[in-house]
Design a protein around this ligand. Structure first.
Ligand SMILES: Cc1cc2nc3c(=O)[nH]c(=O)nc-3n(C[C@H](O)[C@H](O)[C@H](O)COP(=O)(O)OP(=O)(O)OC[C@H]3O[C@@H](n4cnc5c(N)ncnc54)[C@H](O)[C@@H]3O)c2cc1C
Length: 337
């Protein structure tokens, strides 16, 4: 069994920054995530998309943000347990015992749940044949836009992801944007840009219609869509991108006896503790009056949670507030000479 000061559940941006905030206070943490890499939604859902509201970083992609967060916590040599899902959380005196689906066990006075939306899965195309093309011609996220260069791409969906990728990929591929309603839910200015491209013949928009069938042997050759008025149309297609939103599966996180509110965990906004002493929640998974599901909010939340974690992990020491610029202790912990 691995003993540590804080068990962090979730390696999204908030879990990663938690390592930093705990580390500069001299606390050790382990990070567990059921995805195969760190970064949470940033790396899984929008690695190539720019983010514009990280303080002092005017623009960076989801992937760049993840890299920078990982670089920032390098001095702490934190152990990551990836591809592991936390299944069980049990109290043992004043400590917590955590068990993963790989039967690894961890023991600590504190747990910090930075589990985002839980283990999330994209909603997929409803027709059975779609499975055989998945990962080859059908995708539900864009991990590397280079692989979509010079293709005929049919993009399904009416939200921001569908619109953003239609715009981005139209720079080097032929795009057909298909949605089951006439109205799009995504940002109006993106839609305006796409309508402009439609007039120039660079993007086709098909509404209101849905997928009817797929054609191709190993790889996709074409798709057939059906309009609400019953008409059908065949579209030459190498790649289908489906952006139908996510199915949020909170999974085991909802079973640990924590006070929940609409799939989120209620916390005290003074220290981000849940109704269980020593279990904290931060980032998208927590809720409190005025909560904003933004990365910067999560950063603030773990800064406060880490103070309370310190008090529990070092009951005989006094917590001292210090600036990184002037604290020799923090600079030593960061390996700065
Ligand atoms: C398309 C898109 C664009 C966005 N743009 C912005 C933006 O511009 N600015 C901004 O501030 N925010 C943006 N966001 C929101 C932002 O990504 C989230 O607020 C942020 O990712 C939340 O971070 P988190 O660490 O709380 O959770 P997540 O990033 O969701 O990470 C949670 C991690 O916990 C893991 N996990 C959950 N349960 C378990 C378990 N039981 N065991 C093991 N692992 C578990 C999951 O696998 C996941 O990796 C955007 C989101 C999307 C989808």
């Amino acid at each position: 069994m691995k003993k540590t000061d804080v068990i962090i559940i979730g390696a999204g941006p908030v879990g990663l920054f938690a390592v930093h905030q705990l580390g500069i206070k001299g606390l050790k943490a382990v990070v567990i995530d059921n995805l195969d890499k760190a970064g949470g939604q940033c790396i899984e859902l929008y690695p190539d998309k720019p983010i514009y509201d990280i303080p002092a970083v005017p623009e960076c992609t989801g992937e760049e943000l993840t890299k920078r967060l990982l670089e920032q916590i390098e001095p702490f040599h934190t152990e990551f347990y990836l591809n592991e899902r936390v299944e069980e959380v049990k109290k043992e005196n004043d400590n917590w015992k955590v068990k993963t689906n790989n039967k690894n066990e961890f023991f600590a006075p504190n747990i910090l749940i930075a589990g985002g939306v839980g283990s999330f899965e994209p909603r997929k195309l409803s027709i059975k044949e779609a499975e055989k093309f998945e990962g080859k011609s059908i995708f539900y996220a864009v991990k590397n836009k280079e692989q979509f260069k010079n293709k005929n791409i049919s993009i399904f969906g009416g939200g921001d992801s569908a619109l953003d990728w239609a715009l981005e990929l139209s720079k080097f591929s032929k795009i057909t944007l298909i949605h089951r309603r006439n109205e799009f839910r995504g940002a109006q200015h993106t839609l305006d840009e796409i309508k402009k491209l439609e007039k120039e013949g660079k993007v086709n928009i098909k509404t209101p219609c849905q997928i009817e069938s797929l054609e191709g042997e190993q790889n996709l050759k074409s798709i057939k869509i059906k309009f609400d008025n019953g008409k059908t149309e065949k579209i030459q297609t190498d790649v289908v991108l489906g952006f139908f939103g996510l199915i949020m599966k909170l999974g085991p996180n909802a079973e640990w006896g924590l006070n929940m509110n609409k799939k989120t965990i209620e916390v005290n906004a003074e220290n981000f503790e849940t109704n269980k002493k020593g279990i904290f929640a931060a980032g998208d998974i927590c809720t409190y009056p005025g909560k904003l599901k933004l990365i910067l909010s999560g950063f603030h939340e773990v800064a406060l949670a880490s103070v309370e974690c310190f008090k529990r992990a070092r009951p005989n020491e006094k917590y001292r507030f210090e600036f990184t610029t002037s604290s020799k202790t923090i600079q030593d912990r960061l390996g700065k000479k």
